[in-house]
Design a protein around this ligand. Structure first.
Ligand code: APR
Length: 172
């Protein structure tokens, strides 16, 4: 990975709701009405106004992304994206790639300078972390190499194991 690229990417083990970045990404479900995992943590930390705004969005198809305010979160915005439920089909990779692409696109459209992702689909939705990492890396490289993009990206892992998987993948 090029020097400039590497210095715009950070990998940390943390609770994503604590990050004061322009936007944190939420691994949501199609209803956008909250759930468990990181979705539950973000809604708890943001407070009820987040759910109220999500209700106005009318859901989100898998692979797409929607942006809301961050409310009580230190982050200014939340970008909600719906990852694929892992079934071991080629479509899984296409949909996961589409999640990251659409999140980067929204960040660009809103002129965001800093963006933090959890490991989308790697929890309840069962996507193997190692496989997902390849897609994250590929889409992140494309986004950071795109002209005009100058945001910094943080990948936030909840467990040390997941942190080491990402670190290994990104240091190749
Ligand atoms: N900060 C960062 N990462 C977190 C946090 C947190 N506070 N909580 C969980 N994670 C990690 C998990 O360890 C996992 O690696 O986020 C990753 C994604 O896991 P899930 O939250 O289960 O998301 P996903 O696999 O995409 O499943 C989405 O779960 O919560 C429901 O409503 C959600 O139906 C949707 C489904």
């Amino acid at each position: 990975m090029s020097e400039t690229m590497a210095d715009r990417i950070e990998i940390i083990q943390e609770d994503i709701t604590r990050l004061s970045v322009d936007a944190i990404v939420n691994a949501a479900n199609n209803s956008l009405l909250g759930g468990g995992g990181v979705d539950g943590a973000i809604h708890r930390a943001a407070g009820p106004e987040l759910l109220a705004e999500c209700r106005t969005l009318g859901g989100c198809p898998t692979g797409e992304a929607r942006i809301t305010k961050g409310y009580k979160l230190p982050a200014r915005y939340v970008i909600h994206t719906v990852g694929p439920v892992y079934r071991g089909r080629p479509k899984d990779a296409e949909l996961l790639a589409s999640c990251y692409r659409n999140c980067f696109d929204l960040a660009g459209k809103h002129g965001l300078q800093s963006l933090a992702f959890p490991a989308i689909s790697c929890g309840v939705y069962g996507y193997p972390m190692e496989e997902a990492c390849k897609i994250v890396l590929q889409e992140t490289k494309k986004a950071l190499e795109k002209g005009g993009s100058n945001y910094r990206v943080t990948f936030v892992l909840f467990s040390f194991r997941d942190f080491t998987v990402y670190n290994d993948a990104f240091s190749k």
